[in-house]
Design a protein around this ligand. Structure first.
Ligand code: BGC
Length: 424
C-alpha cells in the first residue's frame, strides 16, 4: 500500500507504549520481582535494571517526540507509589509528575495506565486479585495518583489486560492449570515467601478464576469512579488483550466459547466506559480440542505464533460492535529480529485502522507496542517488540527503520510514506 490516507481525524493519537516493570528497572517491591526470583520460576531471566527508563525517561521521551510521535502511553507502578498498604510515597508520585511534565515539554499527549500487570507485594500477601477488598485498595491508590498527577494526564487506563489470564489459559501458556495454582511450584514458592497458603496466591497475570473476574471488574469500576471523582472530564477505560479468535476445521463451538469468555464479556463490561483500549498481536485459530496447529510453512514471530497483522482490523470492529464505545488501539506490534518484517506488519495494521475509520468506526488513536526493546515477562529480554533498539550493556538507544516510518506516519497524521522500493 502506498500513497496517503485522508481518513485520520484531527487529533488522532499516534504513539508508542511502555509499561513500568518492563522498562524502569529495580522494581524490587513488586510481585513481578518476587516471581522472577523464587526457586522454579518460569521467568527466563529477571527484569533487573531493565532498560533503566526510571532514570533515563527524559532522554527517552525526547527521543520518542523527535521521531514524530504525538502520544506516549506508560504505566504508573503501584508498588513504588504505595510501597506498604496505606503508606504513599510522595517521592514516587513526584517522579511520575516529572515524567508527565517531560511529555508536556515535548508536546506528547499522555495515556497513563494505573496498573500494568505488577502489584505491590503487600497486595498479594493480602489476597491479591481474588480478594474482595482489592477493589477498594485499588480505588484508594487511583485517588492518590489522580490527586497528584491528574492535571497532566490526557487519557486514563485503569487495568491492563484483565482478560489476558483467560487467553493464556486457552492457549496453554503460563496460565492457570485446571488443578489450581497451588500445584505450580513457582507460585507455591512465592506464596511461601509471602507467608500465605499456596492456594491463596493470586497475581494479576496468572489468575483466571471466576472470583478473579469479579475482583478485576469491580476494581476497574472502583478505580474509574475514583479517577472521575478527581477529574470528571478525564476519559477513562481499561485495555484488553484482544486476539482475533478464529475457528479452524471443526472448531466453531470452541472458538465461539473462547471468544465469548476472553473477548466479548470484557467488551460488554466496557459499555459504561469512555473508550475501550484494544491490544491485538494477531489471531488464535481453534480446532475442536484447542489451538489448531499452524499451517505448514507459516512464518512465525518470536513467540512462535503466525504473523497476522490483519487481526487488528477484526478486533477493532468486534470491540466497536460489542462495547459500543470509542476504540483506542493501546498496543499492537510484532516480536521479531527482522525490522523489515515489523515495518510490513505495522503498515498492514495501520491500513486496517484506516479501513475501520472509513467505515465510520470511532477509533481515537494507534499506539504501537513498544517504544523500546524491553523485558517481555516470562520470556525475558529475548523477544524484540521495540521500535527502538537498546544495547543493555551501555543502555544506548537506536531507533530502527520502523520507528522512523511510524513516526513519519504520526507527523503527517496518516499520510503513509511509501515503503522502500515502492513508488510514492
Ligand atoms: C502486554 C505487554 C506485553 C505485550 C507483548 C501485552 O500482553 O500488555 O506488557 O509486553 O503484550 O507480549
Amino acid at each position: 500500500m502506498t500513497g496517503s490516507h485522508t481518513s485520520f481525524p484531527d487529533g488522532f493519537l499516534w504513539g508508542v507504549a511502555t509499561a513500568a516493570h518492563q522498562v524502569e528497572g529495580g522494581n524490587v517491591n513488586s510481585d513481578g520481582w518476587l516471581l522472577e526470583h523464587v526457586p522454579g520460576t518460569i521467568f527466563a531471566e529477571p527484569s533487573g535494571d531493565a532498560i533503566d527508563h526510571y532514570h533515563r525517561y527524559r532522554e527517552d521521551i525526547a527521543l520518542i517526540a523527535s521521531l514524530g510521535f504525538t502520544t506516549y502511553r506508560f504505566s504508573l507502578e503501584w508498588a513504588r507509589i504505595e510501597p506498604e498498604e496505606g503508606r504513599f510515597s510522595a517521592a514516587a508520585l513526584d517522579h511520575y509528575r516529572r515524567v508527565l511534565e517531560a511529555c508536556r515539554e515535548h508536546g506528547l499527549a499522555t495515556v497513563v495506565t494505573y496498573h500494568h500487570f505488577t502489584s505491590p507485594r503487600w497486595l498479594l500477601a493480602a489476597g491479591g486479585w481474588e480478594d474482595p477488598r482489592t477493589p477498594e485498595r485499588f480505588a484508594r491508590y487511583c485517588d492518590k495518583a489522580t490527586a497528584h498527577l491528574g492535571d497532566l494526564i490526557d487519557v486514563a487506563c485503569t487495568l491492563n489486560e484483565p482478560n489476558l489470564a483467560w487467553l493464556l489459559r486457552e492457549i496453554g501458556i503460563g496460565g492457570e492449570p485446571p488443578e489450581g495454582r497451588a500445584g505450580v511450584p513457582f507460585l507455591a514458592a512465592a506464596a511461601g515467601r509471602l507467608g500465605i497458603a499456596a492456594d491463596r496466591i493470586a497475581p494479576f497475570q496468572f489468575t483466571s478464576s471466576e472470583p478473579a473476574f469479579e475482583v478485576k471488574l469491580a476494581s476497574h469500576r472502583a478505580g474509574r469512579a475514583a479517577i472521575k471523582a478527581r477529574r470528571p472530564e478525564l476519559p477513562v477505560g481499561w485495555t484488553l488483550a484482544n486476539s482475533d479468535i478464529q475457528a479452524g476445521e471443526g472448531g466453531t463451538d470452541r472458538a465461539d466459547r473462547v471468544r465469548r469468555e476472553v473477548n466479548e464479556r470484557f467488551l460488554e463490561a466496557s459499555r459504561e466506559d469512555d473508550f475501550v483500549g484494544i491490544q491485538t498481536y494477531g489471531r488464535h485459530v481453534f480446532g475442536p480440542d484447542g489451538l489448531a496447529p499452524l499451517p505448514e510453512g507459516a512464518v512465525t514471530n518470536q513467540m512462535g505464533e503466525d504473523i497476522y497483522p490483519q487481526g487488528l482490523e477484526a478486533t477493532i470492529r468486534e470491540a466497536s460492535r460489542v462495547a459500543g464505545v470509542p476504540v483506542l488501539v493501546t498496543e499492537n506490534g510484532l516480536a521479531t529480529e527482522d525490522d523489515a518484517e515489523r515495518l510490513a506488519y505495522l503498515e498492514t495494521a495501520v491500513s486496517g485502522v484506516a479501513s475501520c475509520l472509513a467505515d465510520g468506526i470511532d477509533v481515537r488513536g494507534y499506539i504501537a507496542w513498544t517504544a523500546f526493546d524491553n523485558f517481555e515477562w516470562i520470556f525475558g529480554f529475548r523477544p524484540k517488540f521495540g521500535l527502538i533498539a537498546v544495547n543493555r550493556e551501555t543502555q544506548a538507544r537506536t531507533p530502527k527503520p520502523s520507528a522512523h516510518w511510524l513516526g513519519g506516519v504520526a507527523r503527517t497524521n496518516g499520510a503513509l510514506p511509501a515503503l522502500e522500493g515502492q513508488p510514492a
